[in-house]
Design a protein around this ligand. Sequence first.
Ligand SMILES: [Zn+2]
Length: 152
Amino acid sequence: MFSWFGKVSFVPYSKVADFAVHLKDGRLMGSLCKKCGYQTFPPRADCPECMSPDFSFQEYSGRGEIYTFTRTTAAPVGFDDIAPYTIIVVELEGGGRLVAWQGESLTEDDVRIGRPVQVVPRVWEKGEEIKVYYTAEQPGTTWNKAPAPHLG
Ligand SMILES: [Zn+2]
């Protein structure tokens, strides 16, 4: 399933491969350790706390707060046409962090450490390839999701 997102350099089988299926459906799924209850995003096949391989997927709301951010004005080649831009690290409710682009609903003044945000997964499908990125938006922002999945 990760091959949807382009070439991959790791083994073709992964216990967290369904993460890609859920993401394609617009769902942010972390992992919940069945042994010790540790929860994190992105999902981890083996618990970083107790090393148990037994986990279930846990849906995340995408709510969180800005952990840190950076504004880029002198962009690297390939990104120079979109500069200036802001990349935000979001600390998610439930545990874990992700990197998101500043969404259109946030102003430059909105982007400050500790501010609540809503993470929205953005999915582009082009042929067999799928590209996914996240944006940080105003709290309460919604997006389309596929019907509720069976959670393994
Ligand atoms: Zn654990």
